[in-house]
Design a binder for this molecule. Structure first.
Ligand SMILES: *[C@@H]1O[C@H](CO)[C@@H](O)[C@H](O)[C@H]1NC(C)=O
Ligand SMILES: *[C@@H]1O[C@H](CO)[C@@H](O)[C@H](O)[C@H]1NC(C)=O
Ligand SMILES: *[C@@H]1O[C@H](CO)[C@@H](O)[C@H](O)[C@H]1NC(C)=O
Ligand SMILES: *[C@@H]1O[C@H](CO)[C@@H](O)[C@H](O)[C@H]1NC(C)=O
Ligand SMILES: *[C@@H]1O[C@H](CO)[C@@H](O)[C@H](O)[C@H]1NC(C)=O
Length: 425
């Protein structure tokens, strides 16, 4: 169906544009403008609803029927199709991005509220999470990675993203790394998912933290799952509950909602609990909304003193020596690690490739960190990278994973790396 608004073309004016014949030739002023803008030389075929120019407050179609036997451009097409012959211009309407808005109409432009007021659009000017300019700059440049417009991030502000999708701070004190500088030989690439004992399957799927700003907990539990797999030499069919970790530890002072915690406090929380049950017992559903929740088991049959079902136990965590080879050795020996790095605005739009901040990338809130699990490394087009699992669901990045350039100062990648001993009992 064609939608159009009250027609306002001035036939006498437009007919002055007449030239040429045949329905595919470029006719008339507004039609010619449309074709020019879209790098086209002839009108669209058929009744193509996408093929129009905004002319005052109406759409002038520029398909093969436009001005077919009239002496002007596309507008007579609308007249003939819709049996209208007059189109008084309406006062106060606005146009923006090909849309027409009535006077006083409110609408959203990406993350900003807008209003049409007497023909003028007024919008708030908050920085948006999906920045179309930055997006096309990244895709059009040679950064080694591409960006995408994620529908679940569209219309969100950058501030919202920093407040709800991250959630970890650096340790409150300096702890001496357990490992030391390692300079021996390490293989050039590795992917924990390809370990033979996984037999090609990787049930420890990508987590979705939703609006739960607690990446400290998600990255920890991801790491704990993998290390439990490595320890038992078989894939885990369950992972420890993030909800229980957040809500039930006496160390976490803000345990009734998702909030940022320092790495050391996070690990202390896990250590302080007498085992962490799996997500069957304390599902993640409530956690994702980021709202209040309580330390409550889903069912009475869940692990407890009377139940022999296994729970995950975590030792004191240790920082890994902040140098690539030492981190690799740690991953090979003990399994994936937790890595905390600095966030730039463009990271949210990462789709594929090897990430490093683009030239224009800034940080809406400075010195914000994100916790992820690092499970491998490699090189692509001369760029060394870490392979990491994020917690923004499987639709983000490379099926929930991403690769980030190693040894980049601005992101502090490889500087804040943590391991812990894990066992199931
Ligand atoms: C368009 O052409 C048809 C048939 O050729 C004719 O009957 C009609 O009057 C024409 N309309 C205009 C607006 O010229
Ligand atoms: C950028 O490139 C990626 C990968 O090719 C693609 O998925 C995405 O849609 C592109 N985005 C834009 C705005 O071109
Ligand atoms: C991004 O995606 C949203 C929803 O999926 C869409 O409405 C919007 O037009 C897209 N923006 C750009 C710049 O591609
Ligand atoms: C756990 O935390 C509580 C309260 O801070 C403390 O009394 C207790 O000793 C801790 N337990 C362990 C095992 O760290
Ligand atoms: C222990 O928990 C498992 C899984 O929730 C359940 O199947 C089993 O019946 C429980 N056992 C006891 C003794 O409660």
């Amino acid at each position: 169906m064609r939608h159009f608004f009250i027609f306002s073309c001035l036939i006498s004016l437009l007919s002055a544009y007449f030239h040429g014949s045949g329905h595919n030739s470029v006719r008339g002023g507004s039609c010619a403008d449309f074709l020019h803008k879209n790098h086209m030389t002839s009108c669209c075929l058929g009744r193509n609803d996408e093929c129009y120019m905004i002319h005052f407050d109406t759409r002038c179609y520029c398909d093969q029927f436009c001005g077919k036997n009239s002496t002007s451009d596309c507008c007579p097409d609308v007249i003939r199709e819709h049996n209208v012959n007059k189109c008084p211009a309406k006062a106060g309407i606005c146009q923006r991005n090909g849309m027409v808005y009535q006077n006083n109409q409110r609408f959203m432009d990406n993350c900003n509220h807008c209003r049409c007021k007497n023909g003028v659009v007024k919008c708030k000017n908050r920085p948006c999470l999906i920045n179309p300019d930055l997006l096309s700059e990244i895709n059009g440049s040679n950064y080694g990675w591409t960006a995408a417009n994620y529908s679940f991030f569209w219309s969100k502000t950058l501030e919202f993203a920093y407040l709800h999708y991250l959630g970890v701070t650096l340790p409150s004190y300096r702890q001496k790394p357990l490992s030391s500088d390692f300079s021996g030989h390490v293989q050039s690439s590795y992917d924990f998912r390809k370990e033979p004992y996984f037999q090609g399957k990787y049930p420890n799927g990508i987590k979705s933290q939703g609006m739960c700003a607690a990446s400290w907990a998600f990255s920890m539990m991801d790491m704990v799952t993998d290390r439990a797999s490595k320890y038992s030499r078989k894939p885990m069919d369950r992972s420890p509950s993030v909800e229980q970790l957040i809500a039930c530890s006496s160390i976490n002072k803000k345990r009734n909602k998702c909030s940022s915690l320092s790495v050391d406090q996070g690990w202390l929380s896990a250590q302080n609990m007498t085992g962490i049950a799996d997500t069957e017992c304390y599902g993640n559903r409530d956690v994702q909304s980021g709202f209040l929740f309580t330390c409550k088991m889903k069912s009475s049959t869940c692990p407890g003193p009377a139940n022999s079902t296994k729970k995950f136990y975590v030792s004191k965590a240790y920082p890994v020596w902040p140098q690539s080879k030492s981190i690799m050795k740690e991953i090979l020996m003990n399994g994936p690690v937790q890595m905390v790095f600095k966030i730039y605005d463009d990271f949210f739009m990462y789709k594929s490739g090897v990430y490093s901040p683009s030239r224009r990338a800034q940080s809406f809130i400075r010195n914000q960190y994100h916790g992820v699990k690092v499970l491998g490394w490699g090189s692509e087009n001369g760029m060394d990278y870490w392979l990491a699992a994020n917690s923004w669901g499987p639709d983000w990045g490379e099926n929930g994973y991403f690769r980030i350039k190693r040894d980049v100062c601005s992101t502090e990648i490889g500087k804040h790396v943590y391991g812990a001993w894990v066992y199931i009992k």
